[in-house]
Ligand binder design. Structure first.
Ligand SMILES: [Zn+2]
Ligand SMILES: [Zn+2]
Length: 102
């Protein structure tokens, strides 16, 4: 089975089905359209997590001057945080920024 968001490469989003292109500078860790990710890391980029549940975006926070998407894993309920990518959908980011995730 083809793995999802394994490296910085394009992938098909498991939530909305679009093909997400590679990140221009960093590792692509979530869909730019619906912002969903996948639970594959213990620490950012290590891909050692075996859960592989879908990460649902539930809010936005600012940490160290960077906007981060707050995720809740659909499978194990762990909270995860991914830095916003420059080509993420602005309207979707605005929507989740209004969610009371805390
Ligand atoms: Zn998507
Ligand atoms: Zn999980």
């Amino acid at each position: 089975m083809k793995s999802f968001i394994e490296r910085n490469e394009s992938f098909v989003c498991e939530n909305c089905g679009i093909t997400v292109t590679r990140h221009p500078t960093s590792s692509r860790d979530h869909c730019t359209a619906c912002l969903y990710g996948k639970h594959v890391d213990y620490n950012p980029g290590d891909r050692l997590q075996t859960c592989h549940g879908l990460l649902e975006p539930i809010g936005l926070r600012v940490k160290n001057g960077k906007q981060q998407i707050v995720y809740s894993c659909n499978s194990c309920n762990e909270k995860r945080y991914n830095v916003v990518a420059i080509d993420d959908d602005i309207q979707r980011l605005t929507e989740i920024s209004q969610l009371p995730w805390q």
